[in-house]
Design a binder for this molecule. Sequence first.
Ligand SMILES: C[S@@+](CC[C@H](N)C(=O)[O-])C[C@H]1O[C@@H](n2cnc3c(N)ncnc32)[C@H](O)[C@@H]1O
Length: 404
Amino acid sequence: MTDPLAARTLIANTIRAPDFRRATFAGVARGANPAGWVRVVVRPVELRGGRFLQFAYHDARQVRTHNVAPADAATPLDEVLAVGFSAVHLDTDAGQTDIRLSKKGKVLIGRTAAPAAPSADAAHNRTKDVPLPEGRADHLLEALGGMTPDGRVKPTMRAKFTQVNEFLKHLAHTLDDAGLRGLGRPVEILDCGSGSGHLTLAAHHYLNDILGIPARVTGVDANPHVVQKTTAAAQQLGAADARFACGRIGAFESTADVVLALHACDTATDDAIAQAVRAGARLLLSVPCCHQALNAVVKPDGVAEVLRPVLRHGILQQRTADILTDAFRALALRIAGYRTDVVEFVSPEHTARNLMIRATRGLPPGDPAFVAEYRELCRFWGVVPYIETALGDPFRRLVREESS
Ligand SMILES: C[S@@+](CC[C@H](N)C(=O)[O-])C[C@H]1O[C@@H](n2cnc3c(N)ncnc32)[C@H](O)[C@@H]1O
């Protein structure tokens, strides 16, 4: 435990030090907060004239930045400290420091040393062009219980960490196409089937703290236990604008700009797609999970009889149904007005569920060529895919009305 003055000195010295990376002030504001800041992030920036400190002030709607020379940082720092944020996180090359301000005004400090320098090969593998390289996302990993005592990603968490990084790469890659930079307000992100919250909180951290794009995230999951855990992790991170709600995907109305769904089970992926379309989301990124619904009804009947040699074998039938399900989803999104592609998400060694549907709003809905393809595919297989049910009447009018 220490006193507030010593904490101030520690923060002031840290942000001026050459190895300083980032300081995040967040959590409950217990002091005067006339500007309504929910988070302030300070990081070094190289500008003409040398090294400056950038203060990024996030309020509920937008982010404002202000660059100062390190020698002039005392005044903006004292303004931020006067807000009395309950959680301050300091990140330097040497390690990380967490400062907690309790309700009773007590100051608690915890430190984690940076992991020992990895071998050249390992370092290459870890840092090559990933949004959250190992050693830089420690605070997040700690809150999610994914870090070993010596500061590495837990072996049980490694595949998920890789998937989250790949997901964030796709998010970063599509931000401009979806017009998500410079909205003039925080980007609203909805994570459907958020589970243990790795993706939800990683997206929050990546956009707000690394890319400097203000973002609010909501994770929705039907399992109350995971919602409880992820809510606690968000609090530990001081991420006041990351929230988790318990319920079924689609049960909450949303105006999300971005909808994410990573391994939402079976038709939950369709429900996430439908939620994105209803919200008029600018971007949908979805990695489907198991595909059961069509597998139960795909049959070598009628014109599909020619595929009997394929569907005779259970594993081939399952894979056919998988491909067909995702083809229907991608086509339905095109009909709903989204530029859509289907890409490999991660290499199969990390997960067999390694296909991503990426969709950006921007096509006129109801393109007759796509509608014709959709009807023909339904006719060939003699099925109505669940995505049609999930998208409901507005979609049915686009694909069925002319033919009736
Ligand atoms: C395989 S986990 C994936 C979790 C997380 N997206 C990830 O990749 O780490 C699927 C999650 O989706 C949730 N889920 C499945 N169907 C759902 C539905 N219809 N509505 C809400 N949550 C659902 C489950 O409770 C579970 O937590």
